[in-house]
Write a protein that binds this ligand. Structure first.
Ligand SMILES: [Zn+2]
Ligand SMILES: [Zn+2]
Length: 408
């Protein structure tokens, strides 16, 4: 078996609110620096993006593509929005399968010709019917978030996927949740958890900010499918992502002024902020409390560890006090670390911490801190990202220490 770092969920420049730099050559280069081996193309039902893919990618092995002998491999993926504003992630066996699905969905969408993440007039169950026709896999994207996810609309997966529930093999946790939260929900325990970036820009503090480490025999679609369904010893062996407190929708909060509320208070206030009259949105943490069958997670045997990281640029920002993550100073320090120690993922997750400290003591100390679960955060909510902090200003709505790989 071999292990690969994979980010299945990104968006191209054809999705709303994305960077114009989201083109495959840039993504391939940045993924290599990050340490991702396989990246979802995203937006594979969009005709312009499909054309871009066909022009510059060549098929390496069945369903896995590369860009001019670079290290990065691509697998064909997309995200669509159904008639209830629920987002689904689709993983295709080939570019031609994505083209076929595009054809089938044409009559169910007004914007599939121009939008990277199209709006469809069909429900989740019907989407799986179409995906099955092209042998693609479907699962809910960022399953807990309050605007466009399955659990904002339904109390169970079955209400969304109906008779096709049996075909759902994975759920994407989203930035505001992790395995410790999601394994409190009984119906999710048999499923594979995915941690993906959902990035709108190619830079390594976004691309692969969450990723999966999968174990399989060789890099091709069938093997990726086996790893997502735990067949014959293949599987996701590690989920890696932000602390859920960093997510934009972790706590219940006002969408205008970002003031945070306890769920009971939000209900009493009828979801209107007393400060600014803005709309209060239910946080992922409170939504999971409603859906959970107990206070503690029950991890199934197949569940891999979930480890929390901070993007390296964010670590450098913390120790340097420079807030713009794309600034030259942060980028220079980032580059010298990556030049000395290999990829960003190697630095954050795998490297010997004493080696990191030798190159950059301050950065090494912060990495050591989050690796041992001692990092503090100010939680996000209402659409505002949470943030790590070296001060004592942590708020204690959600205070659970990180467990180590060895605790499982
Ligand atoms: Zn989405
Ligand atoms: Zn407000």
């Amino acid at each position: 078996m071999q292990e690969f770092n994979v980010d299945f969920h990104i968006h191209s420049k054809y999705s709303g609110g994305t960077s114009g730099k989201m083109e495959l050559p840039v993504i391939a280069k940045q993924a290599e620096l990050k340490g991702l081996h396989l990246v979802g193309t995203g937006d594979a039902t969009n005709p312009d993006w499909l054309r871009h893919m066909k022009t510059i990618l060549s098929e390496e092995s069945s369903g896995v593509y590369s860009f001019s002998r670079g290290e990065t491999r691509f697998i064909v993926t997309s995200e669509v929005e159904d008639n209830k504003r629920v987002h689904h992630l689709i993983i295709f066996p080939s570019i031609s399968a994505a083209e076929s699905l595009h054809e089938m969905l044409l009559r169910h969408s007004n914007d599939i010709m121009r939008e990277g993440r199209p709006h469809l007039r069909i429900n989740g169950e019907e989407l799986v019917d179409y995906a099955r026709d092209v042998d693609a896999l479907v699962g809910p994207a960022h399953v807990f978030t309050p605007w466009t996810a399955l659990y904002k609309e339904y109390d169970s997966l079955g209400e969304c996927y109906g008779d096709n529930l049996g075909e759902i093999k994975f759920v994407e946790l989203g930035l505001s949740a992790d395995t410790y939260m999601a394994d409190r929900i009984r119906e999710l325990r048999d499923l594979t958890f995915m941690s993906n970036s959902d990035t709108h820009s190619p830079w390594p503090h976004r691309l692969g900010r969450e990723f999966n480490r999968i174990s399989l025999k060789s890099l091709c679609f069938d093997e990726v499918k086996r790893s997502l369904t735990n067949v014959g010893g293949r599987g996701v062996v590690l989920n890696v992502g932000l602390n859920p407190r960093e997510g934009k929708y972790h706590l219940t909060a006002c969408t205008r002024c970002f003031m945070k509320f306890r769920l009971t208070d939000a209900v009493e206030l009828k979801w209107r902020c007393p400060e600014c009259r803005g709309l209060i949105k239910k946080g992922v943490s409170d939504r999971i409390n409603e859906l959970a069958s107990g206070d503690k997670p029950k991890h199934p045997v197949h569940r891999p560890p979930y480890i929390h990281i901070l993007p390296l640029a964010e670590v450098i920002s913390l120790v340097s006090g420079i807030s713009t993550l794309t600034s030259k100073k942060i980028n220079d320090r980032w580059s010298s670390l990556v030049e000395c120690l290999g990829t960003e993922i190697n630095i954050l997750v795998d490297s010997d911490i004493s080696e990191v400290k030798k190159v950059d003591l301050e950065v090494g100390k912060v990495i050591e801190k989050f690796r041992s679960g001692r990092m503090r955060y100010v939680a996000g909510g209402g659409g505002q990202y949470g943030k790590p902090t070296l001060k004592e200003e942590e708020d204690n709505f959600y205070g659970r220490g990180q467990r180590h790989i060895g605790d499982f």
